[in-house]
Design a protein around this ligand. Structure first.
Ligand code: GAL
Length: 435
């Protein structure tokens, strides 16, 4: 009996020694013990981490990011993902924090930036990010990323970011029950829109168009200007072929001023999600917001067609006012290899097909699995492929940061005084100073 036990113990010891000799490929080191022999010790695994900065913290946005982080955890299980997201829609707060970190020489490894002037006029201009041509070559991304997007993330033949999505800015969201109860069809022109809003106000709805804090006012502004001026007029404001002091701008500003009369008086205290919630609750009938709003609606359990309906902002059908979230590689990134691993996931079909159905955006890549996307996003994919594409102001495509911030100041003043002529002068001056 004793002999049998010893034999078993011996066998167990032998197995343990074999296992130790094979070792693990991670964290075992061999050190020389004081007595001159050797012993096995276990050191902590080398820290591999990547710090990624964004403003996706809540309402529909965080869930999308989490879905992409899950893919990253599978492809790179040994890299810890440090999520440095800073709350606040459209990155208003986050971008201020990022700017001070960059100024202090303390960049996150990778951050969210919008394709277009935000990327080129800010981070590239300040030499804060690395070109990524090597990744595009290695991953074959030029074959799958939209041709329209590449020039917006490039300068002097260098490509500077990895787009994860395409969002549409010019979407009108509505509560179908409120519309039906008031005999209203989804409006297709600004005149029909104003008529619908009048009907609702006459029926006692004080603020039929829900709006949030100031950046959502700029968002409304860009879509109404597109509706009023058309795509050539809108593009002309940014490429210099349309003067900001022209009569067609005055007409657009008047339409914008009229639109604001239908909005809620507590707008400045509300987030974009709060404004969307007013539509779902039926306190307002409409909200103009990018299609991240659908990510939020779905997150709170609302259903397309019964909970909410959508259409291009009245007067903008056939135009896709777009923006694209992309990720960059910091110059002197503290964890460069790990940041590259993250960017590979951000640019991959697996990453994009995990992120976008939840986020409420369509993938930047053209080879998405359509079966993963809901009814709204499928319609957005079709429109992206067939519509005229124009850029968003609020979300970084058409103007650099300094121009955009002057426009923002002008909008802030206009919200206080409602003076269209003064507003147009301020916008004209902003274009002269920064355009
Ligand atoms: C945009 C961004 C979207 C969404 C939105 C609201 O600027 O591109 O992805 O996050 O802000 O926060």
């Amino acid at each position: 009996m004793l002999r049998k036990t010893l034999r078993l113990l011996g066998l167990a010891l032998a197995l343990a020694l074999v296992a130790a000799a094979c070792g693990s490929d991670t964290d075992e080191t061999t050190t020389t013990a004081a007595g001159g022999g050797t012993e096995e010790t276990t050191a902590p695994a080398a820290t591999r981490e990547v710090e990624v900065f964004s403003w996706w913290t809540g309402g529909g946005e965080a869930a999308g990011l989490e879905a992409m982080i899950e893919v990253f955890k599978q492809t790179d299980p040994d890299i810890e993902f440090i999520n440095s997201a800073v709350a606040g829609g459209a990155g208003t707060n986050a971008r201020a924090v990022l700017a001070s970190r960059l100024q202090a020489g303390d960049p996150p490894d990778s951050w969210q930036g919008h394709a277009g002037q935000e990327l080129i006029g800010t981070y590239v201009a300040a030499d804060q990010i690395e070109p990524l041509n090597f990744l595009y070559e290695e991953m074959g991304w030029l074959d799958v990323m939209p041709e329209t997007l590449i020039p917006l993330i490039s300068k002097d033949d260098n490509i500077y970011s990895v787009p994860v999505n395409i969002h549409r800015a010019n979407v009108l969201w509505a509560n179908p029950t409120v519309l039906a109860d008031n005999g209203i069809e989804m409006p297709t022109s600004l005149d029909e829109f104003f008529a619908a809003l009048d009907t609702l106000q006459a029926a006692g709805m004080e603020a039929p168009l829900a709006m949030g804090e100031q950046w959502t006012t700029m968002h409304l502004f860009e879509t109404i200007m597109l509706a009023s001026m058309g795509p050539d007029g809108w593009d002309g404001l940014w490429n210099g072929t349309v003067a900001w002091d022209s009569p067609e701008v005055t007409t657009g500003l008047e339409a914008f001023a009229k639109t604001l009369t239908y909005t809620n008086s507590d707008a400045s205290a509300l987030s974009w999600q709060d404004a969307g919630q007013l539509v779902i609750d039926g306190s307002s009938a409409f909200n103009v917001m990018g299609d991240w709003q659908e990510g939020y609606f779905r997150e709170i359990g609302s259903e397309p067609q019964t909970g909410y309906v959508w259409a291009p902002v009245p007067g903008t059908a056939g135009n896709f006012q777009f923006l694209s979230d992309s990720f960059v590689l910091a110059k002197n990134a503290p964890h460069r290899d790990e940041a590259i691993a993250w960017l590979k996931v951000a640019g991959s079909i697996e990453g994009q097909d995990a992120f976008n159905p939840v986020k409420g955006s369509i993938p930047a890549r053209s080879d998405a699995d359509r079966s993963l996307y809901g009814e709204y996003l499928l319609s957005a994919m079709d429109d992206w492929a067939s519509n005229r594409v124009v850029g968003s102001l609020t979300h970084g495509v058409v103007a650099n940061d300094s121009w955009k911030s002057e426009i923002d100041t002008a909008i802030g003043l206009f919200l206080l005084d409602g003076d269209v002529a003064a507003f147009q002068e301020a916008l004209t001056a902003a274009a002269a100073a920064s355009g």
